[in-house]
Design a protein around this ligand. Structure first.
Ligand SMILES: *Cc1c(COP(=O)(O)O)cnc(C)c1O
Length: 395
């Protein structure tokens, strides 16, 4: 009898993807009692109306499989939200798909659109699921590097972006506002991406989970790529309730786009999870329809917390790259004598009782992120204050 007891049965294409850095750093936080600014989840609940709607749905019997594309009320709310904020039109029947978070929407889109060997242009550092989803599809990632510039912002070299496109490019995967850098892509950058997508006749998949977290002092507001001339028909727009409504554990996301892109994504999605979150879907529909005061208050709140942490990190001696959006701030450790972010983050809990994440893990070109670390500020003000007090001990 032959045995299949391979010591490592994992398929080769997934082997480069170890356990995530978050697991290691969160374990370190627990072991040392450190303040965990590593992982990007809020430590407070989302809007009360949304939570109440979820309880009602749960008690009201909405506990069986919802329709494959999502419940009609949520699809209608997703379409209405995009019209209201971004002036984008989607038909709730056929142009909107509810998914298990933005993560599933992105994975299903890549698996549904890319043949093995197709190329995906994306900006590094990138959200950790991108490289794994591209690898699962047998596709090839073509990273374009975002680098800190003298004005404290991140930028890419337009020539590098142009060079990343070629005959095998199937799609560009764009995340703006961008995790982990906090960068908001501006009009000129988006115009170049749009131009290249059209020149090479590629699709775009946009991860816009931080669409409501562009701070008021950013150079540019949030501009969806799908709104640029010639882009609606080739763009699948992805977002999610997790960040906007502080419910990252709910995993209710959505994809919107032309029917053929949504259909391709749905074909894969139906065999990944089929459906998810029946009682949470009506609650997210309620949340999306909340008045502007909710969205404005949410952004103002996070902006205050950003300022609190940016101030504290600056005082502690970090070279802070102040973010224009998202939950995160990145900082250079050189002035603190740090040469390697991984080493620095592994030592930080013992040194001062704070956990951060080395940005290099989000790069293919680890050198480009060697001296950068990421802190999350989506935490209660007293938690941030405690972290800042501890970080001051570094100098
Ligand atoms: C949090 C996050 C996601 C995941 O969203 P879910 O809805 O939880 O799947 C995707 N992309 C980025 C950039 C994120 O920060």
């Amino acid at each position: 009898m032959t045995t299949t007891m391979d010591p490592d049965p994992l398929v080769r294409r997934m082997r480069p993807f170890g356990t995530t850095i978050f697991a290691e750093m969160s374990a370190l936080a627990v072991r040392t009692g450190a303040v965990n600014l590593g992982q990007g989840f809020p430590d407070t609940d989302g809007p009360a109306e949304m939570l109440a709607a979820a309880v009602d749905a749960l008690r009201g019997g909405q506990n069986q499989y919802p329709p494959g594309p999502g419940i009609p009320a949520l699809r209608a709310a997703v379409a209405a939200h995009q019209r209201r904020f971004w002036d984008l039109e989607y038909d709730p029947d056929g142009e909107v798909l509810v998914t298990a978070g933005a993560t599933e929407a992105i994975a299903a889109a890549i698996l549904g659109l890319c043949e093995p060997g197709d190329e995906v242009v994306c900006f590094e550092p990138y959200y950790d699921s991108y490289a794994a989803s591209i690898a699962l599809a047998g596709a090839v990632r073509r990273p374009v590097t975002l680098r800190p510039t003298d004005n404290g912002r991140y930028a890419f070299d337009p020539a590098e972006l142009r060079a990343a496109f070629g005959p095998r490019t199937r799609l560009v995967l764009l995340n703006s506002p961008h995790n982990p850098t906090g960068k908001v892509f501006d009009a000129a950058e988006l115009a170049l991406i749009a131009e290249l997508c059209q020149e090479y006749d590629t699709y775009a998949v946009t991860d816009e989970v931080y669409e409501h977290l562009v701070f008021t002092d950013a150079d540019s507001g949030h501009v969806p790529l799908a709104g640029l001339p010639g882009m609606w028909e080739r763009t699948l727009r992805v977002s999610s309730a997790g960040k906007t409504f502080s419910c990252t554990g709910w995993k209710i996301g959505w994809a919107s786009g032309p029917a053929r892109l949504v259909a391709a994504t749905m074909r894969v999605k139906q065999f990944l999870t089929f459906v998810n979150g029946a009682p949470l879907q009506p609650a997210v529909a309620v949340a999306l329809a909340l008045p502007d005061s909710y969205y404005d208050g949410y952004r103002a709140d996070l902006q205050t917390r950003r300022d609190q942490l940016v101030g504290g990190l600056t005082e502690a001696g970090f070279g802070v790259l102040s973010p224009e959006g998202t939950y995160f701030v990145t900082a250079d450790i050189t002035a603190l004598g740090g040469r390697d972010g991984m080493e620095f983050c592994r030592a930080l809990p013992e040194r001062c009782g704070v956990v951060a994440v080395p940005t290099q893990v989000f790069y293919d070109d680890a050198e480009a992120g060697r001296r950068l670390v990421r802190f999350a500020f989506c935490k209660r003000p007293e938690v941030l204050a405690e972290a800042v007090t501890r970080l001051r001990a570094l100098t």
